[in-house]
Design a protein around this ligand. Structure first.
Ligand code: ASP
Ligand code: MG
Length: 451
């Protein structure tokens, strides 16, 4: 069997859903399980509706509702689906009404609210597939075994979840049913709806793949695969034809938008090949994500960047030896629940980066007993994913590019996963750095002695 996941833009309207149908039908013999995101940007629209209810007491989901009904009408998939989504819109309206009355929006309510997007889209997608004599069945995550913790808006799936997924979905496949499962959402032990973080449908799909032993997990997107850089920054960015699980995971974590950061792990663990394809451009071969590359690549596979990063320099006041110092520093971060991304250490100092969202006052105070602390905001992490065996070459060329562009490099770190080299620059210089590096690594013909 295979898992085919369609992101929001791949099911954005009736035309896109027809295309989804063609793609699914062309692979029916491989026994697909389909996972879908909310239609188009429904998730954002629902969040806006919640905001309007919360701040202005204004309750409306008319535009979302109209788009869903128009889509159903255009697809002509029969009255049953209309009846199945009507109660969902009623429930959604009552929820918004509730938010507008109590003027409160907790993480739990937010998750409940956005869950309607995926619950609507599975019903519409399954009803459309059924018009081709396919026995497609829409399933809400909880009917497909998805149990998570209660960390609303960024829930983690329970370790036992794969067993439950297998037990729910395998019998359906065995009796010739095509399950169409909601991405993104789950339910906690108390029965509350949760979400897996924005873009979480990828994780839903890869978890199903791992649970059911899929021969492949396909992510259908609106780009030609994983690209060498963000196409909004670099106009010559091009798809990478294959990449390892580790490389893809690092890329996703360090800011490439193409996959949910945790989505690779279930497939990596089980060795299931992943294919990232463009539903808008079937000709493009897409990107394969595999355990090992069996081709020769250049030194660099892709470049990404993440803005809005804070750099913290911590210099020991020498009251502790280095091991004690590192331990104290990291336990302070743990104590305040601040997660650190990139780290570089020396005998007496540590530089590290964090997302700008944290309030660092208490942390600074706690550290000031053993170190002097300098906090620098408005930085960016530029991450180069490449072949660690060639890291000297990568570093040399990187420093060359930055020197030429007069971009000071404020810290460098080579990831433990061995595929990533990250460095910190000012926020305002990240785009130029990425463009310069892309030109250097991808746009210059390779040295003939090199290949
Ligand atoms: N619909 C959710 C979002 O927009 C989940 C997803 O698309 O994967 O984040
Ligand atoms: Mg979406």
């Amino acid at each position: 069997m295979i898992v085919m996941k369609f992101g929001g833009s791949s099911v954005a309207d009736a035309d896109r859903i027809r295309q989804m149908g063609r793609i699914v039908r062309s692979q029916l013999v491989r026994q697909p399980i389909v996972v879908v995101s909310a239609i188009g940007d429904t998730t954002d629209r629902l969040l806006e509706a919640a905001e309007a209810a919360l701040t202005r007491g204004f309750v409306s989901v008319d535009a979302v509702e109209e788009h869903h009904y128009n889509t159903i009408t255009a697809l002509d998939s029969g009255p049953a689906v209309q009846n199945s989504i009507k109660p969902l819109f009623e429930e959604l309206r009552s929820l918004l009404k509730g938010i507008s009355l109590i003027r409160e929006l907790t993480g739990r309510t937010r998750d409940y609210l956005v869950s309607f997007g995926e619950r609507l889209s599975v019903r519409i997608a399954a009803a459309y597939l059924a018009t081709f004599n396919i026995e497609a069945r829409p399933l809400d995550a909880w009917d497909a075994g998805f149990i998570s913790d209660s960390n609303y808006t960024a829930a983690e799936l329970a370790p036992t979840c794969e067993e439950g997924i297998r037990r729910s979905l395998k019998p359906l496949l065995d009796s010739g049913i095509l399950p169409v499962v909601t991405g993104f959402i789950a339910r906690d032990e108390g029965g509350n709806i949760t979400t897996l973080g924005r873009g979480g449908s990828d994780l839903s799909a890869s978890t199903i793949g791992a649970a059911c032993g899929a021969e492949e997990v396909q992510f259908w997107k609106d780009v030609d695969g994983i690209l060498t850089a963000d196409p909004r920054l670099v106009k010559n960015a091009r798809p990478v034809d294959s990449i390892t699980y580790e490389e893809a995971a690092e890329l996703a974590y360090f800011g490439a938008q193409v996959l949910h950061p945790r989505a690779i792990l279930p497939c990596m663990k089980t060795g299931i090949p992943v294919l990232v394809k463009n539903s808008f451009n079937l000709e493009a071969p897409g990107t394969k994500i595999v355990a090992r590359l069996n081709r020769k690549t250049g030194p660099v596979q892709a470049i990404t960047s993440r803005n809005n990063v804070t750099l913290v320099d911590i210099v020991s006041s020498r009251m502790l030896g280095q091991p004690g110092f590192l331990e104290r520093v990291f336990s302070s971060f743990a104590e305040y629940g601040i997660s650190v991304d990139v780290v570089a250490t020396s005998e007496v100092s540590i530089s590290l980066t964090l997302d700008a969202v944290h309030d660092l006052g208490a942390l600074r105070q706690s550290l000031s007993r053993i170190a002097s602390v300098e906090i620098k905001t408005d930085r960016a992490i530029v991450t180069i994913i490449g072949d660690v065996m060639r890291s000297s070459e990568i570093l040399q060329r990187t420093f060359g590019v930055c020197a030429e562009l007069k971009i000071p490099v404020q810290m460098v770190s080579q990831g433990a996963s061995k595929v990533n080299i990250s460095f910190i620059v000012n926020d305002t210089q990240a785009e130029d750095a990425v463009r310069g590096l892309h030109a250097n690594f991808f746009e210059v013909p390779p040295d003939p002695g090199d290949e």
